[in-house]
Design a protein around this ligand. Structure first.
Ligand code: DC
Length: 215
């Protein structure tokens, strides 16, 4: 079984995905964390992600690490995904404002998208995959697809609880990311849409569970 949960930035995807995956007792995959890891690698190596040359440099670096047995690895832990590079856990470095600002540029690079997709498709179902294009592009064959959304203001209010920033600038940054992410965030035509703006996390998880077959 493959379940996909896609949606806009800060729509609550990760929390809902993790809750649903736990209830189903299957792993969940955070594709966004792999994009974040690639963006962090670019920042850490002083690569400005613009144009095919920068993309080539980034992909070469990732492949060289891979060949040396030190490649980036997504660990689909049910309690929260992690990304490791060799013996180093990068997870705590991936949710900063700097990575937020860089990750949309990383996510527009076609070669990087193929790299992320190949990592995900190499994993064996059952799992729940969470991101932007899981239902539309990466796992179009998935049996159950969801698309989460909420207004920019509601999402900004949530995000200020996680980051020390003011509401107005967080909302403006989210609107900008929505624009940049729009192309790869189109919902799959067969996805069930759920508004996460009203209701608690538990209620949203229950709404998703109600649409899934009983196990
Ligand atoms: O879900 P998130 O906010 O952690 O995702 C980080 C970024 O990666 C976001 O700007 C959109 C991008 N992304 C993507 O383009 N495709 C995915 N499947 C997942 C994330």
């Amino acid at each position: 079984m493959i379940v996909t949960i896609d949606g806009v930035a800060a729509s609550g995807k990760s929390s809902v995905a993790s809750g649903v995956a736990r209830a189903l007792n299957i792993p969940y995959l955070s594709s966004g964390l792999l994009y974040r890891a690639a963006a962090w690698v670019a920042l850490d190596n002083g690569l400005r992600l613009q144009g095919p040359q920068a993309e080539q440099l980034l992909l070469t670096l990732l492949r060289d690490w891979e060949a040396a047995g030190q490649g980036l690895r997504l660990r689909p832990d049910a309690a929260g995904n992690q990304v490791w590079q060799g013996g180093r856990d990068l997870t705590a470095l991936l949710h900063t404002a700097q990575v937020d600002a860089q990750v949309s540029a990383a996510a527009t690079l076609p070669g990087l998208r193929s790299w992320v997709n190949a990592q995900l498709r190499a994993l064996r179902p059952p799992f729940l995959a969470e991101g932007r294009d899981m239902g539309s592009t990466v796992f179009p064959q998935a049996e159950h697809k969801f698309y989460l959304y909420a207004s920019p203001r509601v999402r900004a209010e949530r995000r200020v609880l996680e980051r020390e920033q003011d509401l107005e600038s967080v909302e403006a940054a989210l609107r900008l990311r929505d624009e940049r992410d729009a192309r790869q965030s189109a919902p799959a035509p067969d996805a069930i849409h759920i508004d996460t703006g009203s209701g608690t996390l538990e209620e949203i998880i229950a709404q998703v569970m109600a649409r899934l077959p009983k196990r």
